[in-house]
Design a protein around this ligand. Structure first.
Ligand SMILES: Cc1cc2nc3c(=O)[nH]c(=O)nc-3n(C[C@H](O)[C@H](O)[C@H](O)COP(=O)(O)OP(=O)(O)OC[C@H]3O[C@@H](n4cnc5c(N)ncnc54)[C@H](O)[C@@H]3O)c2cc1C
Length: 403
């Protein structure tokens, strides 16, 4: 019986296992996961979980596969090296695991502040256990300092406000959500958080985080010192590429894969946040930090490893974020947008921005409380169809992004 090994215990690994078990009734599958929990939903951790009172992780749909007779789960186990010549991986307990085919779904880890800046406990948010530890400190009246004004930091800020904490967000750049590169979105999200009482300090550098009296942390910044009951850092992630790089697979800020999720070794596939994959119709590659990419690409990697040749993934990245009672969705590659056209006033409660390349090609769309539009655009892009007229006609009014 062929043995297919998946390294990873997140969404991409889970979806790979599901599609593999379905596509190959004659194969056995092993999943090596450094996590101690069964695969769970990460987006919930920075939203409903922090704001609510769940005590267990929200398991992914189809969690029942983990009782499948042909699936062996190795929890709390880390793959340390891949020997491609012998077709086996070495685990952290010294055991070797042979494979016929291998799927790497090792995801990302949080980027950390430089060690010499941190002399007091700080929190990062990637796992269920980290979310639990953060929530325990989000008590009414607590002073919360969040370092980083990206999606995760702002979702934590919203949850902390909902729990009655006093919240300060420190962002070194002049804009929130700076990585999306959209002035309209940055200004809108800033206004939303200020309206909910968040103190936002833009253009501010963290210099040092030290201990203060009474168990508090003292955050020294370029704009002065802040005392905090809890410091949460959300300054991005880096892909876990070391396993792939260590065995000579092609890596460039992500494991390089083709549309069939195949790495530079035809017997090794990769899926999810750890990959850099081609966005076919734009002729570029990207690494997507989004739930939908991990889910869809995971399915494709599973089918490809099962020997199916018609499964492909080459979509524009798509992600959503819920903050307070608002929802933001982004699709595409915002850094390729030269001009934006709008449906709805960007400062209002609901608007849609369409980002166009220099060649008038739609390269991204951003929706504030207009998820239905984004779904229509996403569907058209997925099917390679022309956009509905209502969107195309806005291009005549496109203006340059002020950033
Ligand atoms: C708090 C939070 C909120 C989010 N919110 C949103 C959102 O609102 N919308 C959205 O679109 N996306 C969101 N995301 C992003 C989305 O959840 C991720 O892109 C997706 O979960 C990535 O899945 P993955 O399986 O590729 O990687 P991961 O979830 O990172 O899983 C990788 C797994 O591999 C394991 N692993 C790594 N190396 C090894 C090894 N050597 N051996 C064994 N196991 C290993 C890790 O422990 C981990 O379990 C959020 C992410 C977080 C953390």
């Amino acid at each position: 019986m062929e043995h297919i090994v998946i390294v990873g215990g997140g969404l991409a690994a889970h979806q790979s296992a599901r599609s593999l078990l379905q596509a190959r009734p004659d194969a056995r599958v092993s999943m090596v996961s450094a996590e101690h929990h069964r695969p769970y939903d990460r987006p919930h951790l920075s939203k409903g979980f922090l704001a609510g009172d769940d005590v267990e992780p929200q398991l992914l749909a189809g969690a029942d596969i983990h009782a499948h007779a042909r699936l062996k789960l190795l929890h709390g186990r880390r793959a340390e090296a891949i020997d491609r010549t012998a077709a086996r991986i070495r685990l952290d307990n010294g055991e070797a695991l042979g494979y016929d085919r291998l799927i790497l779904a090792t995801g990302s880890r949080v980027r950390q502040l430089p060690a010499d800046q941190v002399r007091a406990p700080v929190h990062y948010l990637r796992t269920f256990d980290e979310a639990l530890a953060i929530r325990a400190k989000l008590v009414e009246g607590a002073a919360v300092v969040i370092v980083g004004g990206g999606f995760i930091g702002l979702e934590v800020a919203a949850a902390a406000r909902q729990r009655g904490c006093r919240v300060t967000v420190i962002e070194p750049r002049q804009h929130l959500l700076a990585r999306t590169g959209s002035a309209a979105l940055s200004q809108w999200i800033e206004a939303l958080h200020r309206a909910h009482g968040v103190d936002i300090q833009l253009g501010t550098q963290v210099l040092n985080i030290g201990q203060a009296d009474g168990g508090k942390a003292r955050v020294d910044t370029s704009a002065g010192a802040i005392l905090a009951d809890i410091v949460i850092v959300g300054i991005g992630v880096q892909p876990n590429v070391e396993l792939a790089a260590g065995c000579g697979l092609s890596v460039d800020d992500g494991i390089l894969v083709d549309v069939a999720c195949t790495t530079s070794d035809p017997g090794i596939f990769a899926a999810g946040e750890v990959t850099r994959y081609p966005v076919a119709h734009l002729g570029v590659t990207t690494r997507s930090e989004s739930w939908s990419a991990a889910s869809d690409q995971g399915c494709v990697a599973g089918r490809a490893a099962a020997g199916e040749t018609d499964a492909t993934y080459s979509e524009m990245p798509w992600l959503w974020s819920d903050q307070y009672h608002s929802s933001v969705q982004c699709i595409g590659l915002t850094h390729l947008a030269c001009t934006y056209s709008f449906i709805g006033e960007p400062g209002s409660a609901q608007w849609l921005a369409l980002g166009w390349s220099g060649q008038s090609q739609l390269v991204c769309a951003i929706a504030a409380n207009r998820g239905r539009d984004l779904s229509a655009i996403r569907r058209a892009l997925k099917r390679n169809e022309a956009l509905p007229d209502v969107y195309l006609s806005t291009i005549a009014s496109a203006v340059a992004n002020p950033f």
